[in-house]
Design a protein around this ligand. Structure first.
Ligand SMILES: O=P(O)(O)OC[C@H]1O[C@H](OP(=O)(O)O)[C@H](O)[C@@H]1O
Ligand SMILES: O=c1cc[nH]c(=O)[nH]1
Length: 508
């Protein structure tokens, strides 16, 4: 069937067909078609989306990605043929049924994902199948290797190449903004690639973006690392392990991080940048990705084993994740808190201790200090101002303003203090609920949005005193976040009602 084409500017390869044309061709929502531009001899496979009114019979809307491949102009005739289903759909079903994927099957899934042949619902099905049925170590290794093979790789002619990563899951975990400059200030090379938020309210790439661009090619990452010693960039912007960012994109709305895919995601990023020495932070505790220390050790062993298989030496820090790291959650709030520590101002002990401990492990693993002396050496690099100087160099080389100060980052102008409902002690803060409130306030997209946690577990509070301040860039988002905090009560003061089932919704 010949239709005339029109395009919309999104990246995935979609074909929006009028329902009448789809019936005529014999395709349904989500089926694949091959679109052929006979004039240019080009073709592309696309997932079908149906409409009754966005286009008229005889006209197909194709996405910019498809248009580029087809070399069509608006109005050009294209031929539409029914295409076969991607081979990987059978393998995704195999995983849904609890089967074990072979290397070839995993390779096909990764290939179809990165070639835009799988639709969002099929990628989501793969993620959820792996979330429910788990990937074993062989499957994780296959996935990691295939993720790396499908993208660009870095190779430095020097050793060691250090790296750091967190499995995430604890709010306010801005430690990378301290750990990377400390490691680089010690004279080591650390080409750090990070993801955006997955289950949280701000990923490291989101935080760094408040200070400097984070989108670079792999060659630029290498050059900048060789010059400044360290960078903090967004892995998803490069062609490093492109399947990783796709998986994260579909995990984000579900607020899940499937274990096997998480291990592959982390280690693929390490392997692709040529890192040989890596410290991994595993926050454990209620409301994180790992409920307790024992589970943390199991995960650490898996990460170490995966690293062994891939040639990366891994050591893990099992860290306290029962409450946020520091007191600030959300992009500019977190960056402010991290910069304050680098600037030598008073800051939360949890943030300083955790950052120095993680950086110290890298200093010990690389022989920069003897075992047992890394944390102290890292603290010295922070207190002496050398880590701040290195951070300024990193910001400058990435194209940001090296003179930026912690006081320069704007916080949302819509502000609300959540008062303590009674006198008492904070007996718990709920990580997931804090993240939900911060996300509802607009984080990470709105850089000024987020939370300041006035009280942490064990601290006393008087009725009416603020326990949480919510910041939002937009008024309507603040109202929603206030409502969310009222219902979910993320800070629990002794004697308070912990929860209600079913939850009640009150009018603000
Ligand atoms: O080591 P880095 O890259 O700093 O941290 C790892 C990542 O953990 C977080 O996951 P989540 O959003 O908490 O699930 C973010 O994606 C963050 O970038
Ligand atoms: O980079 C990361 C960090 C946590 N989880 C992932 O899936 N990737």
């Amino acid at each position: 069937m010949i239709l005339s084409s029109s395009t919309v500017d999104i990246v995935s390869v979609y074909a929006v067909l009028h329902a009448d044309d789809a019936r005529h061709i014999g395709v349904r929502e989500g089926d694949r078609v091959t679109i052929i531009n006979n004039a240019k001899g080009t073709s592309v496979r696309a997932a079908v989306s149906l409409t009754e009114n966005v286009t008229t019979p005889g006209t197909i809307i194709i996405t910019a990605g498809a248009n580029e491949k087809l070399q069509t102009n608006k109005g050009d005739p294209v031929e539409i043929r029914v295409a076969s289903r991607p081979a990987s759909i059978e393998f995704i079903r195999k995983k849904m049924d609890g089967g074990k994927l072979t290397r070839e099957e995993t390779a096909q899934i990764v290939e179809d994902m990165t070639a835009n042949v799988l639709s969002p619902s099929e990628i989501t099905a793969y993620i959820t199948a792996a979330y429910i049925n788990n990937l074993d170590m062989d499957e994780i290794e296959y996935l990691t290797r295939e993720m790396v093979a499908s993208g660009d790789r870095l190779s430095f002619n020097t050793r060691p190449i250090v790296d750091k990563h967190s499995i995430g899951g604890v709010p306010g975990n801005k430690i990378t903004l301290l750990v990377v400059p400390v490691i680089a200030a010690a004279g080591l090379l650390i080409p750090k690639t990070s993801s955006r938020a997955i289950t949280g309210a701000g990923g490291t790439a989101d935080l760094m973006e408040a200070l400097a661009p984070v989108t670079f090619t792999i060659q630029e990452i290498q050059q900048m690392t060789l010059k400044a010693g360290g960078v903090i960039v967004w892995g998803g912007a490069t062609n490093i392990a492109p399947a990783d960012d796709l998986i994260i994109t579909y995990e984000y709305p579900l607020k899940i991080d499937a274990r096997g895919q998480m291990l592959a995601s982390i280690m693929a990023k390490k392997m692709a940048v040529g890192s040989d020495t890596c410290v991994i932070d595993i926050p454990v505790g209620p409301g994180t990705k790992v409920p307790n220390e024992n589970e943390g050790r199991l995960l650490a062993n898996d990460l170490i084993e995966l690293g062994r298989r891939l040639g990366v030496r891994v050591e893990c820090a099992i860290t306290y994740g029962g409450a946020p790291v520091g007191r600030n959650i959300g992009v500019n709030l977190e960056v402010t808190e991290a910069l304050r520590i680098l600037e030598g101002m008073p800051g939360p002990t949890s943030l300083m201790q955790k950052s120095a401990a993680l950086a110290g492990m890298a200093l010990e693993m690389t022989g920069k200090t003897a075992y047992g002396f890394g944390t102290e050496a890292a603290m010295d690099l922070i207190k002496s101002g050398k880590a701040l100087q290195k951070m300024q160099e990193m910001i400058e080389i990435q194209g940001g303003d090296p003179k930026v100060k912690s006081s320069d980052l704007a916080l949302g102008s819509n502000v609300f203090d959540v008062p303590a409902p009674n006198d008492g002690y904070v007996i718990a803060v709920k990580n997931r609920e804090l993240i939900n409130v911060a996300r509802t306030a607009g984080s990470p997209a709105d850089h000024g949005a987020g939370l300041y946690l006035h009280k942490k577990p064990g601290e006393s509070v008087k009725k009416g005193e603020p326990i949480l301040t919510i910041y939002a860039d937009r008024g309507w988002r603040l109202q929603r976040a206030i409502e969310e905090a009222r219902v979910s009560m993320p800070v629990v003061v002794e004697g308070m009602l912990l929860d209600r089932v079913p939850p009640i919704r009150r009018v603000a």
